[in-house]
Write a protein that binds this ligand. Structure first.
Ligand SMILES: C[S@@+](CC[C@H](N)C(=O)[O-])C[C@H]1O[C@@H](n2cnc3c(N)ncnc32)[C@H](O)[C@@H]1O
Length: 451
């Protein structure tokens, strides 16, 4: 909606209405303008100006869709690469109601900014739901990631399955909680690796912020011998699961599951989980302290969490000193990649995303390898700027600031966070690491911690 044709009467009655209601009115308006409505797809957001502000650089039908998955979790400063908040504010203030509310209640000016922030997050979730709106789409999406990463995710899920299976060997009726189930690749492997008698008695909790595939995962689990009544679905972000341990969230997605009792399910799980598993998901959490505390609260004493994800050294600093590039990543057993190997393997993935031409890609890779090897301190963004001729046009604006997700952590960081959350780190290892090679497998770690 551009400027409304007819003047709109603003229904605000300061005497009869508290600012809470007015704030709600403001939120409704902001959400409507930004296209956070159930009935419309994100590509048909009400306000076309907003749409153009949301994807200023990309020629794709909706760049917001292409980044939605990570967008919901991107640190605020990275979001700046995708959205111009000041411009969004400007456009929103063209809406007569919003403008009048802000003018009449200047304190709500700050609230407008936080409403924009919330709307952006909701939009991220909604885009992701649309993008992965069907089981097939979510499975295909994960296959694409898997293919881009050289098939290593699937191999890690297989490893995870075996590790989890052996950890549960003596538990007759295990309760297993999967964080970030997606289309089920992790949990199905785990269940595959427990005894059929355990499956018949197992309680399996599947959870994802994009719940579209969860019912299908439940059917697949049932086909493997898990009783459908023993599969609990949490169709919400795990951060919500954790925060609900203290307060009930108002989660619009829950309404999609009528009769679903979030609180009852959650209360029944406190202190009951034998094993948490999570594959390729922790990088979606910008902060994990609360998540680990929630994990601990749900675990049985002696219960364990097994997580696999990609380690990323670059999250510690943008310019990495030689000392850090040469140091091996933290592992309690087996060999681990150096910071340099980690950086190269990671960068290879990003370069593949931005350079489609194979010859140019190879050139970029060999330059990168040479420069990372030679430098005392390496900054990927500066390097990319210096080599911008190799990239497709819009690379800098997108990737330079935000596309590289900073939710990745070093193994040292995650082990430290687990300890701080009161868990005991049992082992950390890089099962697919191949010295001297540049592969995505180099960066994939498994961490096991106990309550
Ligand atoms: C790369 S997929 C991995 C799925 C599955 N574990 C596998 O290995 O195929 C990451 C999953 O994490 C989910 N996710 C992202 N943020 C989340 C959150 N806050 N809580 C729960 N799941 C989340 C995504 O929707 C996605 O399905």
């Amino acid at each position: 909606m551009l400027m409304p044709k007819k003047p709109v009467r603003v229904r605000i009655h300061p005497q009869s209405m508290g600012t809470r209601n007015i704030r709600r009115q403001l939120q409704r308006q902001v959400y409507r303008e930004m296209g956070i409505s159930r009935s419309r797809p994100t590509t048909a957001a009400t306000n076309r100006q907003i749409l153009s502000v949301l994807h200023p650089t990309h020629a794709e039908r909706s760049a917001m869709q292409s980044v939605a998955h990570d967008f919901s979790a991107l640190p605020a400063e990275s979001r700046a690469a995708f959205v111009e908040r000041a411009r969004i504010r400007q456009v929103l203030l063209q809406n007569q109601r919003i403008r009048q509310i802000v003018e009449r209640y200047p304190r709500l000016g700050a609230s407008l900014d936080s409403q924009i922030e919330r709307a952006l997050t909701q939009r991220g979730f909604k885009c992701t739901s649309e993008l992965w709106g069907a089981r097939k789409a979510i499975a295909a999406g994960i296959k694409t990631i898997d293919a881009r990463t050289g098939g290593y995710s699937e191999i890690m899920n297989e490893r995870m399955g075996k590790v989890a299976g052996s950890m549960l060997a003596n538990v007759r009726a295990p309760t297993i909680f999967d964080i970030g189930t997606g289309a089920g690749s992790t949990i199905l492997q785990v269940v595959e690796n427990i005894h059929p008698a355990q499956r018949a008695n197992a309680k399996i909790v599947i959870s994802d912020v994009v719940p579209t595939a969860l019912k299908s995962v439940r059917r697949q689990l049932a086909a493997m011998g898990v009783k459908p009544g023993n599969v609990i679905i949490f169709p919400v972000g795990f951060n919500h699961v954790c925060s609900t341990l203290r307060t009930m969230p108002r989660q619009p997605f829950l309404k999609k599951f009528p009769g679903y009792n979030f609180r009852k399910n959650l209360l029944s799980l406190i202190g009951q989980v034998d094993l948490f598993v999570s594959g390729a998901t922790f990088n979606n959490f910008p902060k994990i302290n609360g998540i680990l505390r929630g994990t601990k609260a749900l675990l049985k004493p002696g219960g364990a969490a097994v997580i696999w994800d990609w380690a990323g050294i670059e999250t510690t600093a943008r310019a990495l000193p030689r000392e850090q590039l040469e140091r091996k990543m933290f592992a309690t057993e087996g060999n681990a990649p150096t910071g340099r190997e980690n950086l190269l393997s990671f960068s290879e993935y990003w370069l593949r995303s931005y350079i489609k031409d194979e010859a140019r890609l190879q050139e970029a890779l060999s330059r990168l390898q040479r420069d990372v090897g030679a430098s005392n301190s390496f900054d990927f963004i500066k390097w990319a700027e210096a080599n911008r001729g190799l990239f497709e046009q819009d690379w800098q604006k997108i990737a330079g600031q935000g596309r590289r997700n900073r939710g990745y952590r070093t193994t040292e960081q995650i082990a430290g966070d687990m300890q701080r959350a009161g868990m005991r780190v049992q082992s950390v290892f890089f099962p697919l690491y191949e010295p001297g090679k540049i592969t995505q497998g180099n960066n994939q770690y498994i961490i096991i911690a106990r309550k």
